[in-house]
Design a protein around this ligand. Structure first.
Ligand SMILES: O=C[C@H](O)COP(=O)(O)O
Length: 215
């Protein structure tokens, strides 16, 4: 299972969480990555943790003020990027363009989607993985794998019907090892989570609890 911790724009200690994530990953053998704000990519990558961008823009080098250039994210140390997160939605053509940009910069990609139909459409664009996240469960206390198991199973089926090489992650409300275990049982290859770690009083304990069933 892949655990991707998205720090969003939370007032979190990005370097502290990244260092902890690297340590927990090494101790448990579980793949854990951290996605900080673009301006903190280099600082997070310097900790040695697998580092992901939260977004890249569908642009090449040129006159694109305010964009997040995929090449710049890669140069700062990003290994991969989220695209079309629920809080950073893109139009279809821009998802495609962002995937092209990520491919040029050799970034691994996860395209986010609200539901299984969008998962199928996203998988058709050829990302490495898709992540299904019901927006109404994001930031809540109940995990998608417990509250809406069907959406995870349907997302896995939808991606498989289009391209069985595209992995499926799920996200929203994931915070415990039990949630992670349930996601795996439903066919997900990983989880995308944020508040469960970024807002935790003790991010180390939160991460350790999360990966406990896999250790
Ligand atoms: O990117 C992460 C997801 O939006 C899930 O956020 P959450 O774990 O706070 O529900």
């Amino acid at each position: 299972m892949f655990v991707l911790v998205n720090l969003k724009a939370y007032a979190a200690d990005a370097v502290g969480i990244a260092t902890t994530a690297r340590e927990v990953s090494e101790e448990s053998g579980v793949r854990i990555a951290v996605a900080p704000q673009a301006a903190r990519l280099a600082a997070v990558a310097d900790t040695g943790v697998e580092t992901w961008a939260q977004h890249v823009s569908p642009v090449e080098h040129g006159s694109h003020t305010g964009s997040t250039l995929a090449e710049a994210a890669a140069m700062a140390g990003a290994d991969g990027t989220l695209i079309n997160h629920s809080e950073r939605r893109l139009r279809l053509a821009d998802i495609d363009g962002a995937l092209d940009a990520a491919e040029r910069a050799e970034l691994e990609t996860i395209v986010c989607a609200n539901n299984p139909a969008q998962v199928g459409a996203a998988a058709a664009l050829g990302p490495d993985a898709v992540a299904v996240e019901p927006p109404e469960l994001i930031g809540g206390d109940v995990s998608v794998s417990q509250a809406d198991p069907d959406i995870v199973e349907d997302a896995v089926a939808a991606a498989e019907a289009v391209d069985d090489s595209v992995d499926v992650l799920c996200g929203a409300g994931i915070s415990s090892g039990e949630d992670l275990d349930a996601a795996g049982e439903l066919g997900a290859e990983g989880v995308l989570l944020a508040s469960g770690v970024a807002k935790a009083d003790d991010p180390r304990a939160a991460l350790a609890d999360l990966v406990e069933p896999l250790s």
